[in-house]
Design a protein around this ligand. Structure first.
Ligand SMILES: Nc1ncnc2c1ncn2[C@@H]1O[C@H](COP(=O)(O)OP(=O)(O)O)[C@@H](O)[C@H]1O
Ligand SMILES: Cc1ncc(COP(=O)(O)O)c(N)n1
Length: 526
């Protein structure tokens, strides 16, 4: 379901906070973003230079231009700047409510930028509190903002304004008071507290805890706009799901990924932005793959011939990987080989499940039978790997390292493609594991033969991974690869063009993941 989300906020010409961050977050969750600008801010990752606030009447014109024309599914409010701006937004919300237009309002009470610059007049704090009490369904203050909002709590109980909230229990207590005082749910954020994890919690006006989540702290100075991004994500997810706890868990997980990918953006020399679109790689790959497809499919040869050609670059990259080169010449260190096998065992477990999905799909009976046999073979291979190579039963040095991030990315993709896509697309997704592996096994086996011939009679004649390599150059495996290829060709011949394109995209994505899998064993071994 696409939701229409309006951001009412200030600008950031470097794109990390305010309106641009909001629009990116809304888009990241599949929403349609709209924006009304409260203040124009000349800022970058190093700080705020100046703020220009257009007349309140013009703000009202922008708000009316949206609401006169578009049905709004959620509103996220960020920087308000002045009491007059806060009052104008409030008056517009009053009018919306009186006209019977109901939508959730998420208020991020922006007061001070992460650079330390003020973004709200001190005299406007009461107006923000009043706006929160009148209209906000959810408030998303950071700790400093929570402390200021709490300054207006019940006498005697209230946290003193300006006093720092420096532990999680104090923050939750302040969150409860602000929730009670405003009647809004408060998202209490522990991002500014020290510690390995970053806790966030949703506190209801009756004091109950609706959800508490904690993700690992990402080691980065690039946190500009995290507050804006999180609150827009919450607005979009809540408009879509109608559930605050699910929205928080999903938003928090995404934000942690956006923070982890932040350093890779290389935007600015101060506190840079987070990567809002970090999760879109797979979708972009699919579009690029579709764009490389020839225009007239009818004039082509076998579908998989074309796929093979289109995967040439990735296959070349695999052949040149240090891991493959050293596995072939036998110089790969034992611990790296074992780390690879441990990930391979994890992979096989998921692969067996992916093939089982195809065995249970709407495919013709012989196809289902083929994948059912494949599922059994993969599970058997996994068992053999554990018994013969990993000896997990009596492993002296602590056993299973768990699934690595790259293995997880590949297996998540396979399970999604075989579980949720048409079976033809799932079949194309599992093909690279058969086909590329069969090719690699054949190459390795030729190298093994050369190694033997060259060193015949010498005392280093035995290739350290010879037994393992030999097992993989199994004629049965080569036959299975050819059969899977035939299945994909037949399926493509009967499929419509969108399905063929989805099949090609799935095949090429799996090839890229196959490469990443071989390239990543050092990292995964971690
Ligand atoms: N280094 C970090 N690693 C992981 N999460 C973080 C980090 N810094 C902030 N966050 C998270 O980002 C969100 C916004 O946090 P916060 O810093 O309180 O907002 P603001 O940007 O408004 O100051 C919270 O969920 C917080 O836990
Ligand atoms: C227009 C605008 N709105 C909000 C912030 C706060 O940014 P942060 O989320 O880093 O505190 C900002 N710097 N600029």
């Amino acid at each position: 379901m696409t939701v229409r989300v309006l951001s009412i906020a200030g600008t950031d010409p470097t794109g990390g906070a305010g309106v641009p961050a909001d629009l990116k977050s809304i888009a990241a969750f599949g929403g349609y973003g709209m924006a009304v600008v409260t203040c124009l801010v000349a800022q970058n990752t190093r700080g705020v230079r100046s703020v220009h606030t257009p007349p309140a009447s013009f703000l009202r014109e922008q708000l009316d231009a949206v609401s006169d024309d578009v049905t709004i599914d959620a509103v996220k409010i960020g920087m308000l700047g002045t009491a007059e701006v806060a009052a104008t937004v409030r008056a517009w919300l009053d009018d919306q409510r009186n006209a019977g237009r109901v939508f959730p309002v998420i208020l991020d009470p922006v007061m001070v930028a992460s650079s330390g610059d003020r973004l709200l007049d001190a005299s406007a704090e009461d107006a923000v509190r009043a706006l929160a009490a009148a209209h906000a369904d959810l408030l998303t203050p950071n700790l400093a903002e929570l402390a200021v909002l709490d300054g207006g709590g019940a006498p005697g109980e209230a946290h003193r304004p300006g006093e720092a909230l420096d532990d999680w229990d104090a923050a939750l207590a302040a969150g409860r008071r602000v929730a009670a005082a405003t009647g809004s749910i408060v998202l209490v954020k522990g991002g500014h507290l020290p510690g390995e994890r970053t806790p966030d919690a949703l506190v209801a006006p009756d004091g109950s805890l609706l959800a508490e989540v904690a993700e690992p702290r990402v080691s980065t100075r690039n946190t500009h706009g995290t507050g804006c991004s999180l609150s827009s994500a919450m607005a979009t997810l809540y408009a879509r799901t109608g559930a605050w706890p699910y929205s928080l868990r999903a938003a928090k997980r995404w934000l942690t990924g956006a923070l982890a990918a932040a350093d890779g953006l290389r935007v600015g020399s101060g506190s840079g932005p987070v990567h809002h679109g970090h999760h879109l790689d797979a979708a972009v790959d699919a579009y690029v793959a579709a764009a490389t497809a020839p225009d007239s499919p009818g004039t082509r040869g076998r579908f998989t011939d074309d796929l093979w050609e289109r995967s040439a670059v990735v296959r070349q990259e695999i052949d040149e990987l240090e891991f493959i080169v050293r596995l072939t010449d036998g110089t790969l260190p034992q611990d790296r080989f074992r780390a690879y096998l441990a990930q391979d065992a994890q992979y096989l477990q998921a692969y067996s499940r992916a093939l089982s999905s195809l065995a249970a799909s709407a495919a013709p009976a012989p196809v289902r039978a083929f994948f059912a046999r494949g599922a059994v073979t993969a599970a058997t291979e996994e068992t053999i790997l554990h018994r013969q190579w990993l000896r997990t039963d009596d492993d002296a040095d602590g056993g299973d390292p768990g699934i690595g991030p790259v293995t997880a990315r590949y297996t998540d993709f396979l399970l999604a493609a075989t579980g949720r896509e048409p079976w033809q697309v799932g079949a194309a997704a599992v093909l690279p594991c058969y086909w590329l592996y069969a090719e690699i096994a054949a190459t390795l086996s030729r190298a093994l033969e050369a190694h033997r011939t060259e060193r015949r009679g010498r005392d280093d004649a035995a290739h350290p991974y010879g037994t393992w390599l030999a097992a993989y150059d199994d004629p049965g495996f080569q036959e299975a690869a050819a059969a899977c290829r035939a299945i994909v060709d037949d399926a493509a011949a009967d499929a419509d063009e969108p399905t063929r394109q989805a099949m090609a995209a799935a095949f090429l994505r799996a090839c890229a993941l196959e490469r990443d899998f071989f390239a990543a064993e050092v990292v995964d071994a971690g």
